[in-house]
Write a protein that binds this ligand. Structure first.
Ligand code: DGI
Ligand code: FE
Ligand code: FE
Ligand code: FE
Length: 188
């Protein structure tokens, strides 16, 4: 596997400066949440660093991976916002040599969440939302809630993201609804 230094170099090459700085902050927040929740620090570091690796790739790169791996045609109705995680984790696997399935799932699910999320998946989903560079109304509440209880943080983000998508008339990916039903409504 690549060392942290080698990973950092690849990410610096793949991302804009501001996106690169975001992934470094997500790494720091993922490590903080891992410490608070008894999760593996090294895995949190790698997952935090790699979560947005594919964010700046052209659409054609994702379409190629969708074809190569025979992924669900449903993906074709969405775009980069969904692809960079849901498809991008395969680029992290193939290009960065990450093999740990928990890390790969954390990257896959970092935008939409999922019905079932491991501790590490929850950590990356939340670290992306509350990293110290984020400043949206409610981010302080989100940090407080997440530091107190990771699953409560997942519910908070999921509810607010769904409200945001609806208010903007954006298409909601089915997995985002699954996450809502499992983590917010709880009756799934
Ligand atoms: O990559 P980041 O900007 O760090 O953050 P992200 O990957 O969590 O989210 C990227 C965007 O994706 C964000 O504006 C919210 C949006 N998003 C989340 N769920 C859905 C979605 N967009 C659509 N269209 N559908 C979804 O279900
Ligand atoms: Fe992302
Ligand atoms: Fe996110
Ligand atoms: Fe991100």
């Amino acid at each position: 596997p690549l060392s942290r230094e080698e990973l950092i170099q690849k990410l610096d090459d793949a991302l804009t400066q501001s996106r690169f700085e975001h992934v470094l902050r997500v790494e720091q927040m993922a490590i903080e949440l891992a410490k608070r929740n008894g999760e593996d620090i090294e895995k949190a570091s790698v997952a935090g660093l790699c979560h947005d690796y594919a964010k700046q790739r052209p659409d054609d790169d994702f379409l190629e991976v969708i074809k190569k791996y025979h992924l669900d045609d449903l993906l074709l109705h969405y775009g980069n916002a969904i692809w960079h995680g849901e498809v991008g984790y395969l680029l992290v696997q193939d290009e960065l040599g990450v093999t740990d399935i928990d890390i790969l799932n954390s990257i896959k699910h970092h935008t939409t969440g999922a019905k079932y999320m491991s501790k590490l998946e929850q950590i990356v989903y939340m670290a992306d939302y509350i990293e110290m560079g984020r400043d949206f109304p409610g981010v302080e509440d989100a940090r407080k809630i997440t530091f107190n209880d990771l699953a409560d943080g997942v519910a908070y983000q999921t509810k607010h993201t769904l409200e945001f998508l609806i208010s903007e008339n954006k298409p909601v990916y089915p997995k985002t609804i699954d996450t809502y039903n499992a983590w917010v409504n709880g009756s799934n």
